[in-house]
Design a protein around this ligand. Structure first.
Ligand code: ADP
Ligand code: MG
Length: 748
């Protein structure tokens, strides 16, 4: 290792009380020696050379050495210490506005000192503002000096010593030993791989001749090693949890010929797209295994995920088990409930409904239906995972819009299975006679053999309309199986998206009028104002009033019985503060077509399905994220009519759109493809925000960058199974090094 700038000193105090810097270290998560060793510098300072003033240029970060020829406190324009330093080639004035008497002593006339800072030229010659000074003499360091990311109360010199001692300590106890199997190190493409110890020593104290560009863009071999290590840890831990899961048991759910699934297929008014059929059979294959499925079903908004889920549910119920479907909002849950009841009730399935706002009596009835097994399918919001809910034979859990749920909630749903009573009788499904004949004694019910080992898990199907870009899925979702619906049902016309300024509100209202006259419906979404829900509401209420008066008039409604009649145009309002019953009433009016315009806050963001709606207006679209905009836009274009989305932006006081907002709106105008949008979103926001710590629950990658390190990601993906199969000890060691105490890493 090159000689560091400062001699190491052990920061561990002899007294048990923790010092402020120590507490700060802990706050940064720098506890174990390896944590310190992995605390990589933000940048470096070059203290390895002394510059001569005559060779310097304006703006240089320079270290100069010379004799103090003047040192005085001046009072104009304000109190300051002025020191003149002479290095034999020129002089430089060092200026300090804050200084201590001790500094004055250090910088007294006749002292030889070293000063480092940014050089400025000027009328009075060279100057340095607040340079770092120390006595001259002493050997120059041979490596660059690291500057670490830090927090208040943790001075750089203290942190430097702590990291260096951590690095040495880690090396001593073998925490930096190579965990990559020798075979891996000899694999093609890894020939130039540095050892971890070499890489870390270098990154903390690089030799001065290093290519700064290679350090900055992290393409240096030392960086490559560090990133591969990190990606490998991520792959290993996920592969490990996947294998643990594979050791668990789940009920085998097999579709029967002419069973419930086939009957449902025959009953729905359309035929499945090829993509729906493909993902359907992927799911069918998984749930027919005695191993719990963990599958993510991704498909753009409107691609028809619901019916795929319903078909899986049918297989599950046909085998005598229960299925739960959880949605993030009440509106969405209710919509699923209605749709599924329409499909399943005629087939003899009882569907239960659970939500937080339910009346006690109804809720009690539902809970009884669920506990007794009479309800084959349970649809609801978060209420589905509450303590009181006792399933009878839950075997399939479906989570819609999974990105809206946290890891905790996903775990809770899985645990429902484990908490089921052990000796429950069979699920009673009240089937119509025709079905009962088919399901007669000849066909053995899977549920009869169901062995209730405590480790029995439900199959898990997660659905999302926010597609995860491929590299991200390979990295953060490596333990999940992914099915993708990459095709929309036929007959949809692409949505035309227009980006217009707020100033053209009048034209937008005209456009709404034209849609209403054509018998179509319109959404108007008001922005979310983060700091204030109340303000949100005022906005939506105001817009609602404005639109109501601007759109006054009548509309021709096709009434039942063939006679059409004129009715006043109806503009509705929906926001999150409304009582659930009122929300429900408004949604029902809009769904039935009685209401032409629905003004709402983002409560309609996910999943709402009203095919007659053909225009979506989003106000202050610049305040929304890309995936949110795409989801909102996906509320239209669900029928055969040409649909449009108007993104209205306000420019605020500055009169200009921010750079990011402009980029987002441009992406929206150019693409209707959820995957393309997700990719751009990832580029604009980075994986941290894209995934949202809340939903991933995962430690985010600190070093690797998925946009540039795909090659390393592939290497890590190849190495992980090999290591897990052949080098258990090395695997453990590697995971411990990188993930330490965080063992709950991505298990749900
Ligand atoms: P999402 O994937 O966004 O949840 P939905 O499941 O709500 O989409 O489906 C959107 C609409 O498309 C629904 O009205 C649904 O009934 C309809 N649909 C689904 N599959 C097909 C298909 N294969 N052909 C025609 N319409 C379909
Ligand atoms: Mg949906």
């Amino acid at each position: 290792m090159p000689r560091p700038a400062k001699a190491p000193a052990d920061p561990t105090p002899t007294t048990p009380a923790k010092s402020a810097p120590q507490k700060a270290l802990e706050k940064l998560g720098l506890v174990r020696p390896i944590d310190l060793a992995l605390h990589i510098p933000l940048r470096y300072e070059d203290e390895t050379q002394i510059a001569l003033l005559k060779d310097c240029r304006e703006g240089d970060q320079a270290q100069i050495e010379g004799e103090v020829t003047a040192c005085e406190v001046a009072y104009r324009p304000r109190r300051q210490l002025l020191v003149t330093l002479e290095d034999g080639t020129d002089t430089c004035t060092l200026r300090f506005f804050n200084f201590y008497p001790s500094q004055q002593k250090q910088l007294a006339v006749g002292q030889r000192i070293r000063a480092r800072g940014e050089l400025r030229g000027g009328m009075f010659g060279w100057q340095m503002l607040h340079p770092v000074c120390k006595s001259a003499g002493g050997a120059l360091p041979t490596a660059l000096t690291p500057v670490y990311p830090t927090v208040a109360g943790l001075p750089q010199p203290y942190l430097r010593r702590a990291v260096l001692s951590g690095l040495e300590h880690a090396a001593r106890i073998g925490a930096l030993d190579d965990t990559l199997p020798t075979a891996a190190l000899e694999a093609p493409g890894t020939a130039a791989l540095w050892s971890l110890q070499r890489a870390l020593s270098f990154l903390h104290y690089p030799s001065p001749d290093v290519s700064v560009a290679q350090l900055e863009d992290r393409s240096h071999p030392a960086w490559q090693r560090l990133k591969l290590e990190e990606l490998l840890a991520q792959q290993l831990s996920q592969l490990q949890s996947k294998r643990e899961r594979d050791a668990l048991r789940a009920p085998v759910l097999q579709a029967r010929c002419q069973g419930l699934r086939d009957q449902l297929l025959a009953a729905i008014p359309f035929s499945l797209t090829a993509a729906q059929q493909r993902v359907g059979s992927e799911i069918a294959h998984d749930i027919a295994q005695p191993i719990p499925m963990h599958r993510l079903l991704q498909g753009d908004v409107g691609s028809g995920k619901t019916v795929v889920a319903a078909l899986a549910a049918a297989v599950c119920m046909d085998a005598g088990h229960q299925c739960a479907l959880m949605a993030p909002t009440e509106i969405l849950a209710e919509q699923h409930f209605r749709k599924l009841i329409g499909w399943l009730e005629p087939l003899g399935i009882q569907v239960a409904w659970l939500t937080g706002s339910q009346k006690t009596k109804e809720r009690r009835e539902m809970l009884a239906l669920i506990a007794s097994g009479q309800a084959g399918l349970v649809v609801g919001t978060h209420a589905v995972i509450q303590d009181k809910v006792q399933f009878h034979r839950l075997a399939l859990a479906i989570i819609d819009e999974q990105h809206r749920f946290g890891v905790k909630q996903r775990l809770a749903l899985r645990e429902k299975m484990v908490s089921q009573p052990v000796d429950a009788p069979n699920l009673k499904i009240n089937r119509p006679p025709a079905l009962q004949n088919i399901a007669g004694a000849a066909i053995k019910n899977e549920a009869d053999d169901f062995d209730r080992a405590p480790s029995m898990e439900p199959h898990l199907l997660m659905m999302t309309a926010t597609p995860i870009p491929r590299t991200l899925a390979m990295s953060y979702y490596a333990d999940l199986d992914v099915s993708t619906i990459d095709e929309l049902p036929p007959g949809r016309t692409p949505i035309v998206t227009k980006v217009v300024s707020d100033a053209r509100r009048g034209e937008v209202v005209q456009r709404i009028r034209a849609q209403i006259d054509a018998g179509r419906q319109v959404y108007w979404v008001c922005p979310l104002i983060e700091e204030s829900e109340a303000l949100d509401l005022t906005n939506a209420t105001q817009t609602h009033e404005e639109l109501s008066s601007a759109l006054q008039g009548t509309v021709l409604l096709a009434a039942i019985g063939g006679k059409s009649q004129r009715q006043p145009i109806m503009v509705g309002l929906l926001h999150s503060r409304m009582l659930p019953a009122d929300k429900k009433a408004v949604m029902a009016q809009f769904t039935s077509g009685q209401m032409q315009v629905l003004v709402s806050t983002t409560v309609i963001e996910v999943g709402v399905d009203v095919p007659n709606a053909s225009l979506m207006v989003i106000e202050h679209a610049e305040r929304f994220g890309l995936s949110q905009l795409h989801q909102l836009r996906g509320r239209v274009g669900r029928g055969a009519a040409a649909s449009a989305c108007v993104l209205m932006y306000g420019t605020g006081d500055s009169g200009k759109l921010g750079e990011n907002a402009r980029a987002r709106l441009k992406v929206m105008a150019q693409s209707n493809d959820g995957f393309e949008i997700a990719k751009q979103d990832l580029e604009i926001r980075g994986p941290g925000e894209f995934l949202g710590a809340r939903q991933s629950g995962a430690a985010l990658l600190r070093f690797a960058d998925l946009t540039t390190d795909t090659q390393l990601l592939h290497t890590a993906r190849q190495l992980a199974p090999l290591m897990l199969d052949q080098h258990k000890d090395l695997t453990e060691k590697h995971i411990a090094r990188w993930l330490g105490g965080r063992v709950d890493y991505l298990k749900a």
